[in-house]
Design a protein around this ligand. Structure first.
Ligand SMILES: [Zn+2]
Length: 94
């Protein structure tokens, strides 16, 4: 029989270095989920799940790891998008 991990999500509040947000934490393994990848708002904050959403499984053992993931992965994505936009805008100006 294959082992399947069924997370028991509970609300977890991150409060570190002035960064505060809520996400899900698995009661059994203690793994903390990335609130963006997992869409924590619908998964454990009781909000309606979005119609289309690219869910990703990103779980971390420590808050530090989660913060690093968010900085590198999500902020990196955002920065790329902004840079593209800025490049586009400056091209249009020229
Ligand atoms: Zn993430």
């Amino acid at each position: 029989m294959a082992y399947t991990w069924e997370p028991k999500w509970e609300l977890f509040e991150v409060n570190i270095d002035g960064i505060r947000f809520k996400t899900c934490k698995d009661r059994i393994t203690g793994l903390i989920a990335c609130p963006i990848c997992l869409h924590a708002a619908s998964r454990c904050l009781g909000e309606t799940p979005p119609q289309s959403y690219v869910y990703e499984n990103s779980f971390f053992y420590s808050v530090e790891d989660l913060i690093n993931h968010m900085k590198n992965y999500h902020l990196g994505e955002l920065r790329k998008k902004l840079e593209k936009l800025i490049t586009k805008m400056s091209e249009e100006e020229a």
